[in-house]
Write a protein that binds this ligand. Structure first.
Ligand code: UDP
Length: 334
């Protein structure tokens, strides 16, 4: 038991593992639950690990009994837009129903501080940019709807049970641990930057550019990329605000700036020094043309100061990880 125990659900995954390192560096003990469906055992390096599913009440019971959990950071979710369109049941069952299970355990154990990984996908296709938090949320794919539903559930749990939750609406998480210990390793990989870098390494023949007929400056989709360590910093600030008695809330986390797929590709070619072949293919179902977030609220209210906003630094840290770990984490493929 420790007064510094923080439960990190999904702590073996990409963002969760960076979060654990960040917590550890600041004197907390991250207690990880992960079923290793998307996460990697080798990414859990900073505290105790419980292999199990957060949808399983017995797993949660054990963790809340064995550790003095002061707050919960909830990263465990399926997060592929096209997959959510093809398999909505999988997304609602895990991202929504299992989260209810986690919340039930928290309420019964009187753990009432939660930082929830929400998403810019809750906004849908918007008219006004950059997106501010008060923008109406109209998600256009099942993934975005799962995150939006949990945000509403958390509002109801705040009123009824006193759970204080900070929902952090990430734009596109990218980059890797600047020390090189951790990186992005999804199997299969679906995200733009790691796919580009795997193409640079020759592991893929070409990058499929998913549509070049969007109403954007070069026809490809615009996204707001945010470094994974800057996300971690915002989580800790949000958690410490709850410790200090502050309220829950909803915050965008991005850079306030957008890059097209082609621009990301061009910068990656410069940074890697590789040709990186690309082919324009069909649009991907569920994609919206532009997502750029205003992050003024997080800066103002949480005191967030992103350190790795430069797109070249984001790509470079990701490249350093990919090139040193071309096969990803050296574990058993999980
Ligand atoms: N994208 C692409 N080719 C790929 C993967 C992604 O053109 O192989 C595009 C995708 O259509 C989107 C952007 O890159 O516009 C970012 O996609 P990603 O899956 O990284 O994040 P998302 O925005 O879906 O969360």
């Amino acid at each position: 038991m420790s007064e510094n125990d923080i439960l990190v659900v999904g702590g073996a995954g990409y963002i969760g593992s960076h979060m654990c390192k960040y917590l550890w560096r600041r004197g907390y003990r991250p207690v990880v639950i992960d079923n290793l469906v998307c996460g990697h055992r080798a990414a859990v390096q900073w505290g105790p690990f419980i292999e199990g599913d957060f949808g399983d009440p017995a797993v949660l019971n054990r963790v809340f009994s064995e550790y003095d959990i002061q707050g919960v950071l909830h990263f465990a979710a399926y997060a592929s837009v096209p997959e959510s369109v093809a398999h909505p049941l999988k997304y609602y069952a895990n991202n929504v129903a299992n989260t209810l299970n986690l919340l039930q355990a928290m309420v019964s154990r009187k753990v009432r501080r939660m930082i929830f990984s929400s998403s810019c996908a809750t906004y849908g296709d918007v008219d006004t940019l950059p997106i501010v938090e008060t923008q109406v949320q109209r998600p256009v794919n099942p993934y975005g709807r799962t995150k939006w539903m949990v945000e509403q559930i958390l509002d109801d749990f705040a009123s009824a049970y006193g759970v204080r939750a900070v929902c952090l609406r990430y734009f596109n998480a990218a980059g890797a641990d600047p020390d090189g210990h951790l990186g992005e390793d999804h199997r299969p990989e679906t995200h733009l930057i790691p796919i580009i870098l795997k193409t640079a390494l020759g592991q893929r023949e070409f990058l499929s550019v998913c549509g070049d007929d969007y109403p954007t400056r070069d026809g490809t989709c615009v996204r707001d990329y945010i470094h994974v360590d800057d996300l971690a910093q915002a989580h800790l600030l949000a958690l410490e605000r709850l410790f200090a008695g502050g309220p829950g809330g909803k915050y965008n986390l991005g850079n306030g700036d957008g890059f097209t797929v082609r621009e990301v590709l061009d910068r990656s070619r410069k940074i890697t020094g590789k040709a990186i072949p690309a082919r324009v293919e069909a649009r991907r179902p569920g994609d919206v043309p532009v997502l750029i977030g205003s992050t003024e609220k997080a800066v103002r209210e949480l005191g967030w100061r992103p350190e790795f906003s430069d797109m070249d630094v984001i790509i470079k840290t990701a490249w350093d990880w990919q090139r040193r770990h071309p096969e990803g984490y050296a574990d058993d493929g999980r």
